[in-house]
Structures are given as structure tokens and as C-alpha cells.
Ligand binder design. Sequence first.
Ligand code: ZN
Length: 431
Amino acid sequence: MTNQQLISDLFSFIDNSPSMFHTAESIAKTLEENDFTYLPNATSWDLNKGNKYYTSTNNSAIIAFEICSTNIEQTGFRIVGTHTDVPGFRIKSNPQMQTESYIKLNTEVYGGPILATWFDRPLSCAGRVALKSDNILRPERRLVNIEEPIMVIPSLAIHMNRNVNDGYKFNPQKETLPILTYCDDTIKEDMLLQIIADKLQVNKDDILDADMFLYPTEKSCSIGVDKKFVSAPRLDDLSMTFGGLHALITSEGKAGVNVLVCYDNEEVGSCSKQGANSPFLLHTLERITSLLNKTREEYLVSLRNSFIISADVAHLHHPNFPEKSDPTNKVLPGKGPAIKVNSNCKYTTDSDSFAVFANLCIQNGIPYQVFFNRSDQPGGSTIGPITSSQLGIRSVDIGTPLLAMHSARELMAQDDFIHTCDAMRAFYNLD
Ligand SMILES: [Zn+2]
């Protein structure tokens, strides 16, 4: 596959994955096309050496794995971890609000988006709906993507707030609500619910609830005079999710069990049954081990011989805000994936796991660089520390560096993404 094809596949993946549910669906589709067998989480499994499998939970988190060899007590699991969710807005229940003739939607902020970047863009919504079902404990779950730009969050004219360019704190209950339309009458019926019901061809009374998220409808593209940058929504963390997936399906899988885990809810702290703070990975690894007829002792030994690459995006040095970077570790475009380090364990990297990833890059001719926050900036965290501390597995935090992280549209260097994919594939190819 050429690099251009890889980037074009990344764009399709992102544009077809407007919510965490659609991300999981896109991953599953690619896995199916590459001979991975689906294992429903709530049934008993059968596994065979040389085969490839995946399981999912909540329609929004996925674990895919390939059994390359069964001596996992010696080789361990080679795990790449990413996340499927994205900061933005979730639509509340009973969302419709009428102000004069405007029809608006009541939303709640999900995670930490840069709010100003959501204004004046064509927006749509996508997510999952739960329908009435004869089985009370198992509502029917359906994904829905409205696709059309049906709403917008308009800015206030500068003439009505002359100080807006001096910095402004938005009120998320009042000032970031999207407008659906206007009309002269008082509208009682829920317009969005009807749009969703029409899209799914169901009766709107059968929809009991929905997890619907806003998303900008502009497509991903290459940008810059020589198109060396990628401009796209949701690069955090769909770029690493796609990269990990691509690495898994194109690797040769020589030893141990190669695992890709894509968690949900990283942007809100990972505390859910589908987040990194759940037993999803722990239980899946234990199930794999026991189905390969290993003892619990052998399972625990295999964890000690495993390694995790926690792949979430990093920060590029910003040319307009140079003072925001660490003075001796500036991350620049085109210089490869960043190894992320934090002395207070917000990242899992230590000198041991740093050396593993650095060696992997050096031996495969892949450039890499180092990211630290400034010592006076707290910075963010990711799934790495939670996953690694739950399992006791050695782990490194890495990622393709971005500008504008958590904007509705983020920016990365194409070469850095390709180098990160190469590093993940080299990891899965280890013997
Ligand atoms: Zn992230």
C-alpha cells in the first residue's frame, strides 16, 4: 500500500466514524474484511492458534487479537491501546427548545473541546438509539448518522461584543446551543426525534433514548502548499486507532498474541464499563489464556512478559506560541512519533519502556522525538497509566504530534502519522 493510499484510507475511516459507536463499527468492518472472527462478549468462545478474533462492548469499545503463537507465558501479549471517543457535545433527552421563532437543541459538553472551534460550522449528529424490545433487559440498539448538515452554533456578531477578541468564556447551557431552524408556530413535536425515526424507518414512539453527538460535516483533507499536513476532525484519537488497526492487519504476527484495544470514554476519565478503567482488557486476556489451556500461574507470567504501546496523540511545538513548549524537548513536524514522558506518571513512559520504543524505532529506521510538558503546565493524560496499573504490564505512551488538539478540526504532519504506523507494525512484527 502506498503512503497516499494509507492517508486516503485514514480520511475515509475518520469521515465514516462521527461517533464512538461508528468508530467501533468502522473498526469491526475492517476486521471482518481481514478475516477476524467476531466473538460476542456475552457468549463462550473457542480459539485456535493462527486465528484472528475480535470482541466488543457497548458498541463503542473493541479488542482485536491475533494468536501468533501459543507460548504466551514466554512471549506475552503485544498490546496497542487507543480510544474511540472525541470531545464535543452530546444531545440531552427532550432537547428541543423554542426561543421566539428559533428551534434549538439542548446539549451537554462531552470532555474538553475547544468550544470556539464549534461555532459557525455546518453540523450534523450521529450516535446510537435504544428502541423498545420484547426483552426488557435487551433494548434493540441501532446506530444512526443523520449525515446532512442540519444545525449550526452561530457566533455573536462582534458589534454586540466588541471585546470578543480579548478572550471570552462561553456559557455551555446558553451560548453553545445549536439552531435547527425557525418557524412562526409553536412546535410541540420533537423535530430531531422525527428525523432520527425517519432515518431508521422506525416509529418515533419506539425510541426510548439515544446517545447522540454533534459533529462537523466538513470532510478530512490534505493541506499546505505541498499538502504535507492533514486537516481533519477527530485526529485525537481516530488517527492512532486507525494506525493501530492498520498495523495489526498488515503485520506478519510472528510470536505471542498481538492485541489492539480501542477504549471508549477516555475524554471523560475512562470510568465506564467500556473505558480503560474497566476489566474489559483484563478479562479478555484472561479468557484468551484459559482457552489456550494455560494455568493461572502461566497467565500471570504472560502479563509480566507483555508490553503496551499506549497510542494517543501528542502536542506539536506551535510556531505562534513557542513559549508553550518545553525548552529542551520541542516536538516538530516530520520528525516522527513523540514518546510522551511525565515525571508524575500522567504517562506510563519510564527509561525502561522509553528504551523499548526508541530501540524499536532505531532498528527499523523510524525517527522519533520526545515530549514533555513545560514544568509549569499540568498537561493531559491518557489510557496508558490506567491500563498499565490495572494489568501490571510495562508500557510506553507515544503518539503522532498534533496542532490544535481538541479543536473541532485538528492538524498533523502526514509523515509523522506514517512513521507512527510503521512503528506500531514493527512492534506487532517482533519475534
Ligand atoms: Zn486522546
